[in-house]
Ligand binder design. Structure first.
Ligand code: PCA
Length: 214
């Protein structure tokens, strides 16, 4: 069994739900074969989120960590490749904090790459019949903050853990007018299950296209 930690976020901004946590809870009901799954919900609060993540990693003894967040406006599931050492919050977090142009970790490297097989994860979601692509920016808000915090923790303290970040679209109830793309929680959960399967069974990534021009 591979011990896996899957995290979602609490709602933030104008939303009363966060599809990342909805889907993580659903995915926890049917973990892929060979996976012992622990879940955690993270606060959308800069000064708390990475401490909560650290505690969840320690408590779960996870060998693979996949953090999940909402990327409203994206049409498919995106597997993030790179976390940058920058907090630049467009809106205040759930505790009113709004760091501008601050490092996630003072003195830390400019960026970390995910250590999940990102293209194999994308391929697995597509094979499940759902839209997915590689992304090269997790933004500069809480998702990037947690992704960078995870990779820094792995780099400095837990080198045998593999980690990465997945962004998911809005839930249908967040876009009642249908003017933005959305994906149902069960569909997002199926995508997460496919990603976990790929993450625990693939160590060398696929050599397939997945880059972007802009
Ligand atoms: N999405 C935000 C933070 C929490 C979430 O679910 C982001 O993309 O940074």
């Amino acid at each position: 069994m591979t011990r896996v930690l899957l995290t979602g976020f609490e709602p933030f901004g104008d939303s009363t739900v966060n599809p990342s946590w909805q889907a993580v809870r659903l995915a926890a009901a049917t973990p892929p074969e060979g996976v012992s799954l622990t879940t955690a919900v993270l606060p959308v609060v800069f000064h708390d989120a990475n401490e909560r993540l650290r505690a969840a990693v320690e408590e779960s003894g996870a060998e693979v960590v996949v953090c999940v967040g909402q990327a409203g406006g994206r049409a498919g599931v995106t597997v993030e490749r790179v976390a940058i050492n920058l907090d630049d919050a467009r809106i205040p977090d759930n505790a009113g904090g709004q760091p501008l142009d601050e490092p996630v970790v003072a003195g830390g490297p400019a960026a970390y790459f995910a250590t999940l097989p990102v293209k194999a994860c994308v391929a697995a979601v597509r094979a499940a019949g759902l839209p997915a692509s590689v992304s090269h920016t997790a933004g500069t808000y809480l998702c990037n903050h947690v992704f960078y915090g995870l990779m820094h923790l792995i780099e400095t303290e837990r080198p045998h853990v593999r980690g990465g970040f997945v962004h998911v679209p809005y839930a249908p109830e967040q876009v009642p007018g249908g003017d933005e793309p959305s994906m149902s929680a069960p569909a997002i959960a199926a995508a997460l299950t496919a990603i976990l399967s790929a993450a625990v069974t693939t160590t060398a990534d696929l050599k397939v296209t997945g880059g972007s021009l802009h």
